[in-house]
Design a protein around this ligand. Sequence first.
Ligand SMILES: [Zn+2]
Length: 362
Amino acid sequence: MELFKKGNKGKEVEDIQAKLSALEYNLGQAGVDGIFGDYTDVAVRKFQQDRGLIVDGTVGEDTWRELVEATYRLGDRLLYLKVPYLRGDDVSQLQKWLNRLGFSTGAVDGIFGPTTERALMDFQKNVGLDSDGMLGPTTLDAFHNLRKILHADFKVAFPWEEKVELTSSIAAFKDLKVVVDFGHGYPPDPGAIGPSGLKESEICEDLGLRFGNLLELLGARVVYARERGQFVGLSERANLANKIGADVFVSFHLNGSSNPKAEGTSTYYFAGGDQFSKEGKRLAQDIHEELLSSLQRQDDRVHGKNFAVLRETRMTAVLIEPVFITNPYEEGLLKDESFCQKIAIAVFDGLKTFLGINTQDC
Ligand SMILES: [Zn+2]
């Protein structure tokens, strides 16, 4: 490639300027005019500085390639594994999203290699898409619907803070109304506290949001029984679910014990006196099975319990305790985003199994 620097003119300079301008580098009053002047010179140098290139104000092969890669946005082109590997900021963005969702791509290097392909295929499989390893419009839509968890700040994930229109291709979830309940609520009630200080209430918020986002992706309506960092009474949670006519109620908890060796996965449905919820038991079993096979923790079984949120809700309701937060090893697992995502996916898959067997109940 020819070298372009201050004093040059023409179509190529215009291309360079168009890319700089798309990246929001200041080209002064003249803007994209095809003349490599002072502003363009400064913009090129600034760009080179920002991208770790040699700063010489000259656009040669390296700087041009970097400009091309930097201006790719997700959706501009189909991303897939090919040789030579596709490179660009769109690939970096994809990698960030996949990692955030718990599908590891390794380093965020902007290069679409085999590890990124594998992570993308895992993601597609998990959201029920064709697992072809290609980022086209359908998969991109799936990401956009999940954008709430793709942002670092979970605060935006609540439906009353951000209205999000969702579309779905999976009919079974379309008419489904799910209440997701984050156990406890700090302050004042942190629930159980792990040896290194993790609070049950806060981890439950993270897990519940991950689960809720998967449901919304498939078009289900999700209502959270409380906001993050808020406490709501147990009856109030159940009343809310009854009032809106929810189909399913899922309460997220973590187990706690004064014995730090206590460990494992348990799942609960309503049972009291000589009564129990048949559907609740079935859903609890389906979820429990998924949790066991995905998390590989000790099987602490499915139990019928007279917990308030199970007793007072009129729809199919379950309460999950995927691990013991008071067990140092299991608490450590909760610090790994991909482990948290696994929990959410397992609960989701369990619900999917439940719905598949008996669709007239939803
Ligand atoms: Zn709890």
